[in-house]
Design a protein around this ligand. Structure first.
Ligand SMILES: O=C(O)C(=O)C[C@]1(C(=O)O)C=C[C@@H](O)C=C1
Length: 296
């Protein structure tokens, strides 16, 4: 059973279908509730959104990944994001438009140009907005195009997006267990809390640069403990099974004892810097031979 950030008709449900061979899916209304179901063992895995090309990171996911027992990403997928504006049959001039904050932010200009008198209202997800429109709470929902298959609403506008080719990345997370095999095109995610001292962050980044590891994303979120204390979410190219990536993670762990590993998994699209591991492997073998008295 695969938990996903629902209800039915979210973009996340589409992403979850891409991960599930059996289609055995269970919707949860929030990201923390989705991950909690997997932590409790009620579901084998969770599918949640992690980052959007227009609006950036999904804060609910970042926080939920560090609050509670560890979960580890084993796969990712990327979906193109375009919206439909859904209304109850007969509604032509909506006064309220509901959606997930990330979705509202991605259609801000379209709303200003096409529904200037409508008030935008945040809901927990794009499909929760469609559900609320059906219940008569709001007049229109900015939803995934598939939502209209689940909720008997009408499409007021289709193919809505301020930025063409917007994309959202989703993760498949499980309780810690065997890791996916390295493929040569992997991403590793990790979260660290940098100590409050001069150069702390640059020391961490230097550990990656020294090993020629490509950093693909760094985001910060407050720890919620002390003002000014932040966690850094780091994505990098490579797999923890590769010597230089493993070395770098051990170095991060030396700097930050509360480092949390969030997974090594194949990238949805091939690309990024591919670093040849050969010289790192050769150097490790040379060192082993020196230590064992076989070489110099
Ligand atoms: O509400 C949904 O349909 C979701 O799956 C969430 C979400 C997001 O968190 O960014 C996913 C993709 C879109 O960018 C808008 C909303």
């Amino acid at each position: 059973m695969l938990a996903y950030f629902g209800p039915q008709g979210t973009f996340t449900e589409q992403a979850a279908r891409a991960f599930s061979a059996t289609g055995d899916l269970a919707p949860y209304d929030t990201v923390p509730a989705t991950l909690a179901a997997t932590r409790r063992g009620e579901t084998d895995a969770s599918c949640v959104p992690v980052e959007n090309s227009v609006e950036g990171a999904v804060p609910a996911t970042m926080d939920a990944l560090t609050e509670g027992a560890p979960l580890v990403a084993v796969a990712e997928t990327v979906l193109a994001v375009r919206f439909s504006v859904l209304v109850r049959p007969g509604v032509t001039d909506p006064k309220t438009v509901a959606s997930h904050p990330h979705a509202l932010a991605q259609v801000r200009h379209w709303l200003a140009a096409n529904l200037p008198s409508a008030t935008a209202v945040a809901t927990t997800s794009t499909a929760a907005a469609a559900r609320s429109v059906l219940a008569g709470e709001f007049d229109a929902a900015v939803s995934a195009p598939v939502a209209v298959r689940h909720y008997p609403l009408e499409v007021l506008a289709d193919d809505v997006a301020d930025v063409r080719d917007a994309k959202t990345r989703f993760l498949l997370l499980r309780r810690p267990g065997p890791l996916p095999e390295p493929t040569g095109h992997d991403r590793t995610s990790v979260v660290v809390t940098a100590t409050d001292k001069v150069g702390a962050l640059s020391e961490l980044l230097a550990e990656l640069a020294l090993r020629r590891i490509n950093l693909t994303r760094i985001e910060s979120r407050p720890t919620k403990g002390r003002l000014g204390e932040y966690r850094f979410y780091i994505d990098l190219d490579g797999h923890v099974a590769e010597p230089r990536v493993g070395d770098a993670l051990a170095a991060l762990r030396r700097h930050c004892p509360d480092t949390r590993f969030l997974g090594s998994y194949p990238k949805a699209a091939a690309g990024g810097a591919r670093v040849d591991d050969e010289e790192f492997v050769a150097a490790a073998e040379w060192l082993a031979s020196v230590r064992e008295g076989r070489g110099a």
